[in-house]
Design a protein around this ligand. Sequence first.
Ligand code: BTN
Length: 255
Amino acid sequence: TAKLQTTIVGRSILYYDEVESTNTVAHSLVLEGAAEGTLVIAEHQTSGRGRMGRKWYSPKGKGLWMSLVLKPRIPLQLAPQLTLLVAVALCRSIRKLTAIDAGIKWPNDLLVDGKKISGILLESSADEEKLQHVIAGVGISVNLDPDDFPEEIKDVATSLSIQAGSKIDRAELLCQFLLELEGLYELYQEQGFAPIKMLWEALNVSIGCTVRQQSNKGLIEGIAEGIDDHGALVVRLADGTLTKWYSSNVEFGSR
Ligand code: BTN
């Protein structure tokens, strides 16, 4: 049976049957004074949000659709590091509970066999460059069957149960994830990003891939060589120059 072993993360849990988006609920709870570690979780989201204005498909009872309130004492420009931290926690918890070989695609996706299994949507709010709070929205497609996915994402999305061949206990995964997250968050606050970066590097499936994105100078292409100390993607262009990419609108090719 599942047991929550954390002291801050998830010690206050608000559980809903249906919400528009757990991120939206978490934002309003923060305005009402919600403490760090507060977790909002729902069985179903009617307007789950993804990155770049995309929709996040969140069918009832089949996934973990949740948002966590964090109040790290870090400068605003370092907030993207938290996306990578959450991705590491997610990846480690899935690998601990299942035999699934999940990998991290920069900046916010978890892939299995090249298909997306989980996404992270970090929304931060700042006051004059000072980070006030961060809402870390996490969606994990846990027990979706192949038929549960809408046609347009069938080829690019998968679930833990499809990959494992059996249903996964959501409560157990949740507890494991929160435990991993709390451990990494403490490590991060004590030692900074360096140890998180090392863990990320060991779990990523992005380094070595060809990457491209639209820039104001047209399409630019290169090879992902790593991440820097802020969590940006380090890309080598064809002419040999090293560039740093911050936008998440990056298209990944083969490795
Ligand atoms: C992405 O891959 O583009 C990010 C997806 C994030 C989805 C989660 S589900 C819980 C939380 N609430 C939302 O509306 N979105 C995030």
